[in-house]
Ligand binder design. Structure first.
Ligand code: BGC
Length: 735
């Protein structure tokens, strides 16, 4: 039974409510500023370096620090100042739920599906509910900081952390991360937004240098962060491991002082990523807090910072500012007035229902030949192959790993002997697709084979009426994929099974895009991503039509590696993969030249190059059909109508694109609306166009050249409707 009713026209409702919410945020923000200044005035010099650094309260690092009793096993702990009523910061990962930290707390949590599954919903309201749910669990477990809000744009489909993030588009990812953060912080806890910025790959992550012009950065990755901050008002920004234009991101004057704090007027604090602080000077360059300090070469933001502040007024000023910012985030989110306590009640059933709803809306139907799906309940003999579908659904690994109550269904340790080995476990949440398929088709004869032996799978496929192959691509923080194949011979398995039985349906559980050399031989393909706590039933409900699929791709699935700006991922094969991403040799250097694509990621790059994707951004089929018409726009607002032209209720995700400007190809998503429609029903949609999406960033300003702007509605980034052209005057405006 559904427990959630998402509003139709979610995107529109949210667009209208944003200004009101932002005004309320501003009032609260001013009160928090006054309170922070008052607390700062009472602090002793010794107290001023309490909030500026924290530990990782886990047995990790060469010299694990003593862990005070109030620090829960989690990612971070920063002591408070009880004399002044300042609470300790109790920090846990991450965007997909409260992470597991090797089971040290002995508890489980509710896993949302992956970030890409979330983004596929195109549903800000639902993502806000998901944020509220995981934030509620963090709070109940005694945490008041959730290290969530991962919004690095997908610059490379092989990035091992794509599954944590929200895709390739600044409007979609920025809007969704803002709503996720708003949901999390509705629990009177702080959320981060991370990893600022341009953290585009895991290979050599501690020293790879993302090179990019200010213009390209503002029109892409920065814009995602900016939109997310505007909507979500996160208390903290986590800076990234990598370098940006030669500087470590956590010590980048440009990123932290110029862009974040000056240009954007950000009031919260910058916390470092764990082990990302190169030295004390990071404080002058805008870093406010050193996290998990045992992972850095020294605890720079303790005694060395205090000493510098005693003799150098620049450090003294910064030290005050650092404290004021951290206090602002604490007060703005009411951490002091609504203290957390471990042991709070969690309604795991209700929370799993929220996760399940996100999964249902995030599953993307990629192919459906001759109406192969939905399956009939009396489907005869159904063969289910592979992917541990008899046990559960795959999840991504690393610091974001969540495990459900009662533990995982399957866990395969892959980490060898390092300190970080417990992070590298291929983990399947206990939510079996096979069980759910059996429940959906009680009269069918459902058999399972694990797919290890091709001959066995093929022989079974010949005897089946329908074959459902579950194919998995595990990915993890710390490592990138070397290519876009399905590992462990699964491409060959699918090809052979599809050869034996043309009614083969492939369910993908992947961290990002994969190539599909077998695609033409299959009847249907469903992208289920990492499907979270209720993945099994959600997948079965889509396969059997209880849920009409409505997910749309938030990323481009390339047709080949050659289509990418970087056919070979920078550093792949040159550096020995290791979780820390540090180099054994301090002289090692690596650049990732993001000026190749500039701000044109994914579909924007493809439009510029004339490439056709395997599946484009925005793509997603339904069991019904939709038609849009009547696009009317003046460049600031747009309206159009959507009709359900099929015979099943369903949700459309209509996308509005700028396609050309001044006659030149310039494709950008400028609006989207998810609309639930009964068969035959239609609805008028109105959208506001964020003017930054029409502009270029030039010398510190947004600039819209005078001339023609061509817009089109799209079923996806490649299937565009008729063009509506508007002539707009030239305009420029500051941040
Ligand atoms: C990750 C962050 C995470 C932190 C704390 C780092 O390795 O990059 O995303 O929040 O660890 O666990």
């Amino acid at each position: 039974m559904k427990t959630i009713h998402t509003a139709a026209l979610a995107g529109i409702a949210f667009a209208l409510s944003i200004p009101v919410a932002i005004a309320a945020q501003e009032d609260a923000g001013e009160a928090a500023s006054a309170k922070a200044a008052a607390t700062l005035a009472q602090m002793t010099q010794e107290e001023k370096t309490v909030l500026t650094h924290g530990i990782m309260p886990l047995p990790i690092g060469p010299n694990p620090p003593p862990v005070p009793p109030e620090a829960l096993p989690g990612a971070g702990y920063v002591p408070g100042i009880p004399r002044l009523g300042v609470p300790a910061l109790l920090e846990t990962d991450a965007s997909l739920g409260v992470s597991y930290v090797f089971g040290l707390r002995g508890d489980g949590a509710t896993a949302l599906p992956s970030g890409l599954a979330q983004a596929s919903t195109f549903n800000p309201e639902l993502i806000e509910q998901g944020g509220a749910m995981i934030g509620g669990e963090a709070r109940a477990k005694g945490f008041n900081v959730l290290l969530a809000g991962g919004v690095n744009l997908m610059r490379d489909p092989r990035n091992g952390r794509n599954f944590e993030y929200l895709g390739e588009d600044p409007l979609l990812a920025g809007t969704l991360v803002g709503h996720a953060i708003r949901g999390i912080q509705s629990n009177n806890i702080i959320s981060t937004i991370k990893h600022f910025a341009l953290n585009g790959q895991e290979t050599a992550r501690k020293f790879v240098d993302s090179t990019i012009t200010p213009a390209a950065a503002h029109e892409s990755d920065f814009l995602a962060f900016k939109i997310g901050i505007e909507i979500g008002n996160p208390g903290s920004v986590m800076c990234a491991y990598n370098r940006v234009n030669g500087e470590q991101a956590c010590a980048s004057d440009w990123l932290l002082n110029d862009v974040l704090k000056t240009e954007w007027g950000y009031k919260g604090f910058v916390m470092s990523d764990w082990g990302a602080v190169p030295g004390l000077e990071a404080a002058l360059n805008g870093l406010d807090q050193q996290s998990g300090a045992q992972l850095d070469a020294a605890v720079f933001f303790d005694e060395p910072l205090a000493t510098a502040a005693r003799s150098d007024p620049a450090y003294a000023r910064r030290l005050d500012d650092m404290n004021e910012r951290i206090l602002w985030a604490i007060y703005d989110n009411g951490l002091d007035t609504n203290p957390v306590r471990p042991g709070g009640a969690i309604d795991f059933e209700a929370n799993a229902a929220i996760a399940g709803e996100v999964t249902e809306q995030g599953i993307v139907l990629l192919r459906n030949e001759g109406g192969a799906l939905p399956l009939a309940a009396e489907a005869g003999r159904i063969l289910v192959v592979g992917g541990y579908a008899d046990a559960g659904v795959l999840s991504g690994a690393g610091s974001s790993q969540v495990q459900g109550e009662g533990g995982p269904a399957v866990s395969i340790p892959l980490g060898g002997g390092s300190d970080f080995a417990p992070f590298f476990v291929e983990t399947y949440h206990s939510s079996s697709p096979l069980d759910a398929i059996r429940a959906s088709a009680p009269d069918a004869d459902v058999v399972y084979r694990n797919g290890r032996y091709l001959s066995e799978a093929v022989a079974q496929a010949r005897q089946a009426d329908v074959v459902i192959v579950f194919a998995t691509q595990w990915s993890t923080e710390g490592f990138d994929q070397p290519d876009l194949s399905l590992p462990n011979g699964q491409d060959a398995l699918i090809a052979a099974v599809a050869e034996a039985n043309p009614k083969t349906i492939v369910v993908l559980e992947t961290g990002g895009p994969v190539l599909m050399p077998w695609l033409d031989r299959t009847a249907a393909v469903v992208e289920a991503w990492y499907a979270g706590a209720r993945g099994g039933p959600a997948i079965a409900d889509v396969l059997f039509g209880k849920v009409n699929p409505s997910g749309h791709l938030p990323i481009t699935f390339p047709a080949s590696l050659e289509q990418l700006p970087r056919p070979v991922l920078d550093g792949m094969g040159r550096f020995e993969p290791n979780f820390s991403g540090a180099s054994a040799n301090p002289d090692d250097e690596l650049a990732a030249d993001y000026n190749i694509e500039g701000s044109d990621l994914g579909y924007r790059w493809n439009a510029r190059q004339g490439h056709e994707a395997l599946f484009p951004f925005g793509f997603g089929l339904s069991y019904t059909t939709f038609a849009t018409d009547g696009l009317n726009t003046d460049g600031r607002t747009a309206s159009f109508s959507v009709r359900n032209t099929g015979d099943k209720a369903g949700a459309d995700v209509t996308q509005l694109y700028l396609v050309r400007r001044g006659g030149e190809v310039k494709q950008r998503l400028v609006g989207f609306a998810r609309v639930d429609l009964e068969p035959g029903a239609s609805r008028k949609v109105e959208l506001t166009i964020d003017q930054r999406l029409l502009a270029d960033w030039r010398d510190g300003e947004w600039v819209m050249p005078a001339g023609s702007y061509e817009f089109a509605l799209g079923e996806d980034a490649e299937r565009l409707g008729p063009v509506t052209t508007v002539d707009l005057p030239g305009r420029r405006w500051p941040q």
